[in-house]
Design a binder for this molecule. Structure first.
Ligand code: NAD
Ligand code: TYD
Length: 373
């Protein structure tokens, strides 16, 4: 069984993946390396602290020698690389951190894997795997009548975020081609689900509806994203590690295209239903329109468009399905309902993230380094 270095495991998708993997592969060891940026939340992994198979390391993927040391010290044969700066709007305001982490950080990890696995030969080549988690945004933007992205779609990244991810994809490919590093890459569509940081559309929307705050819809609201429930992404990475071919790229998506305004209306309706059906819930969120008998869609506020806003993403996961048998379990409507219910059940989590108080909790729990042991 694989023993994993998971980078970015305290973030949204990384934390979901770690919990999924821990349950699905009981004998596997997991070392999480995470810098705990604003998007990394140590509390997301607290449930695993008592398990000796789990280790948390507070550190930057770009620190020279750190990842190599972890691969050696813990005898790890697999890297699952999530760590990144991931928010397009932040990349427009300040691209530097994106280039540093997403490009230089990825390169540091590739160097570490090459050094420990290929040069020092600490792991047989057929057991080692560097799995790179990337995005469909590297392919650029589609028109409404274009076919979905496939693995051979030419790269055309449009934001500093997607450009930095594209660069990291190319480095991963080059380390396979040049040095023979056993790599796989997945390019996934937009995820949503538990532990999603409320700066991205779906969690921001849920939280704003509950708090009775304006829902900012960029431009005309007709931009289309292809949504995937995060646990289905975790299962796809598992499928690629188990049955994917080394050196290959796999697109991951839920065949769940939706215009932003339709996502907004669906989530508003879900929250309204929950609050109308449960007086106690309505009492917890008195500022939410549903608590006063109104519709949450009254909060919709059209705002200035994002510069360079990609019009449409859509992804064809046919290769992944054909080669590994993976298919998503959640539809957009079941996944959104699960997500709304998770946010209703985990109010302290999102309140802590929004007011920053979770950082004090981390310090009290783990000390300033965030390291559990
Ligand atoms: P996120 O922003 O929620 O989490 C990123 C994590 O990486 C955080 O825990 C953060 O602390 C950590 N991190 C950032 N810089 C680091 C550094 N220098 N060293 C160590 N750790 C660092 O991101 P996410 O949404 O969970 O995305 C995870 C990965 O999946 C990213 O590579 C992203 O490009 C990719 N992806 C995301 C989506 C999506 O919809 N969110 C879709 C496809 C692909
Ligand atoms: P986002 O969740 O930031 O993901 P990405 O930009 O990586 O696709 O945004 C999803 C879509 O929602 C995107 O078209 C931008 C739009 N959006 C809004 O309309 N309002 C918002 O407040 C946010 C955060 C996003």
């Amino acid at each position: 069984m694989a023993d994993l270095l998971v980078t970015g495991g305290a973030g949204f998708i990384g934390a979901n993946f770690v919990h999924y993997w821990h349950a699905a592969h009981p004998s596997s060891r997991i070392v999480v390396l995470d810098a705990l940026t604003y998007a990394g939340n140590r509390a997301n992994l607290a449930a695993l602290d008592a398990d000796p198979r789990f280790t948390f390391v507070h550190g930057d993927i770009g620190t020279e020698g750190l990842a190599a040391d972890l691969l050696r010290r813990h005898a790890l044969d697999t890297v699952v690389h999530f760590a990144a700066e991931s928010h397009v709007d932040r990349s427009i305001l300040g691209p530097d951190a994106f280039l540093q982490t997403n490009i230089m950080g990825t390169h540091e990890l590739l160097k570490a894997a090459r050094q420990v696995w290929l040069e020092e030969q600490r792991v047989p080549r057929d057991r080692a795997r560097f799995h790179h988690v990337s995005t469909d945004e590297v392919y650029g933007s589609l028109s409404f009548d274009d076919p979905p992205f496939v693995e051979t779609t030419p790269y055309a990244p449009n934001s500093p975020y997607s450009a930095s991810k594209a660069a990291s994809d190319h480095l991963v490919r080059a380390y396979h081609h040049t040095y023979g590093l056993p790599v796989t890459t997945t390019n996934c569509s937009n995820n949503y689900g538990p532990w999603h940081f409320p700066e991205k559309l779906i969690p921001l929307l849920i939280v704003n509806v509950l708090l009775g705050r304006a829902i900012p819809v960029y431009g005309d609201g007709r931009n289309v994203r292809d949504w995937l429930y995060v646990e289905d992404h975790a299962r796809a990475i598992d499928a690629v590690l188990a049955r994917g071919r080394v050196g290959e790229v796999y697109n991951v998506g839920g065949r769940a295209e939706a215009a932003n305004i339709d996502i907004v209306r669906t989530v508003c309706a879900l929250v309204d239903d929950r609050l109308r059906a449960d007086a106690a819930l309505a009492g917890r969120f008195p500022a939410s329109p549903a608590s006063a008998g109104a519709a949450s869609t009254t909060l919709i506020t059209y705002v200035a468009d994002r510069p360079g806003h990609d019009r449409r993403y859509a992804i064809a996961p046919d290769k992944l399905t054909a080669e590994t048998g993976w298919t998503p379990r959640e539809t957009l409507s079941t996944g959104l309902a699960r997500t709304v219910d998770w946010f209703l059940a985990n109010e302290p989590w999102w309140r802590g993230v929004m007011d920053g108080s979770y950082r004090a909790w981390i310090d009290a729990q783990y000390g300033a380094t965030g390291a559990a042991r």
